[in-house]
Design a protein around this ligand. Structure first.
Ligand code: GLA
Length: 384
């Protein structure tokens, strides 16, 4: 749905023109999984799928929320009544952002919001971050808060961690807020320093496919939090602030210190090798050797499957089938336990790989996957 339609929807709903219309994208992560809450490295890029919101200010302490995608009426909330972890629905994301802004001392006095999103939910493509960031950017503009993109990402993460109650890292919100068209974002999640890495597969005769397995996940459920707690325990056992502080060259010594603590060994090994894979992928992309990231993606998948244990049969089937059908690389992307995988392939092989994956899913009795091509799109922005 375009900006015009969202504006028209706002007018039909609230009876006045909105003050503006904003959009924020979902993301796909090229490499760097479950490293962001370990102060490590990630490299996502923005999808063309976006959340689009028409927004106006209010001065009476009321927040009105409406989604064109959900058969619900307008939710009307009082800002003073917003309480963390009391809302299990979609409204928790935009309301959480308003809560986080106010908690940080910003004078937001209310809003009317009408939104819609094309980011598939539960697909590991950051539909929630898109909802958060579009609202944060709109309110930042309208209330002239002067916050920078990375600060908006932090506030959105706080909304998600505290208000929604999902213990996620900073990658998704930063990706949605800071990505640039035609680039992947190399992000150091410790200090949020960033580098835009040109990522133009088409000019090199390649494509990146996203395969949504249609297996839904939710990060407020236990497994994500368990991995995060396990990583924090590993860091404590090794006497470092975060697993980021274990250099790749010191990994064997660190694992030896963990002895027969198999759980800690697996988690630490994944995070430290994954940070190394991100740095390797960045170096390859910067040297123009894009094709060579294929094996790095595959190694990342094996680590998530075997050490971090967050894959599932559907994700493994995508990766195995795509690689057998001639893909250059493939791995699960996002939080895991379902969601999406990515496939890097030569243009000439895209159709046969897609067919092979669809047939493998049918043969296994899995729900048909949704396959689309992803090209790095712009980050969050004002449309109108
Ligand atoms: C989810 C979280 C992110 C990140 C990824 C795994 O998308 O929201 O913060 O931890 O999982 O890399």
């Amino acid at each position: 749905m375009g900006a015009e339609q969202v504006r028209d929807g706002f007018v039909a709903l609230y009876g006045t023109e909105p003050e503006g219309v904003w959009s924020a994208p979902g993301r796909v992560n090229l490499i760097g999984e479950h490293t962001d809450y370990n102060d490590g490295f990630v490299m996502p890029f923005a999808l063309p799928h976006t959340a689009v919101a028409a927004v106006s200010r209010r001065d009476d302490g009321v927040l009105r929320l409406h989604s064109a995608d959900i058969e619900d009426g307008v939710a009307e909330l009082r800002l003073d009544d917003l309480v963390p972890e009391t809302d299990r629905g979609w409204t928790a994301y935009p309301a959480g952002v308003v809560w986080a802004l106010r908690e940080a001392g910003h004078a937001v006095t209310g809003a009317d919001i009408h939104l819609t999103s094309t980011v598939p939910s539960g697909a590991g493509l950051s539909s929630s971050a898109a909802l958060e960031v579009v609202v944060a950017l709109a309110l930042n503009d309208l209330y002239e808060l002067g916050l920078q993109r990375w600060q908006l990402a932090r506030l959105c993460q706080r909304a998600e961690n505290v208000y929604v109650g999902a213990p996620t890292g900073i990658m998704d919100q930063t990706a949605s807020a800071c990505c640039e068209e035609g680039h992947a974002l190399f992000l150091d999640t410790r200090d949020l320093s960033q580098k835009q890495i040109p990522f133009d597969l088409a000019s090199e005769g390649m494509r990146l496919l996203v395969v949504d397995t249609q297996v839904k996940h939710s990060h407020s459920e236990g497994e994500y939090g368990k991995r995060r707690a396990g990583c924090e325990r590993g860091a404590a056992l090794l006497g470092v602030d975060a697993l980021r502080d274990i250099a790749y060259g010191d990994l064997d010594a660190a694992l030896a210190r963990l002895g027969d603590d198999e759980e800690a060994v697996r988690l630490v090994r994944h995070v430290v090798t994954e940070d190394e894979r991100v740095e390797k992928a960045v170096a390859l992309l910067e040297s123009g050797d894009t094709r060579a990231i294929g094996p790095v993606l595959v190694a990342g998948h094996a680590s998530l499957r075997d050490d971090f244990r967050i894959s599932c049969p559907e994700l493994d089937l995508v990766v195995d089938t795509a690689m057998s059908a001639g893909a250059l690389g493939s791995r699960m992307t996002g939080g895991g336990f379902g969601g999406s995988a990515i496939v890097l392939a030569d243009v000439a092989d895209v159709d046969s790989i897609t067919k092979a994956v669809e047939e493998a899913f049918a043969a296994a009795g899995f729900t048909a996957p949704r396959v689309f091509e992803a090209v790095p799109a712009p980050g969050a922005r004002r449309l109108v």
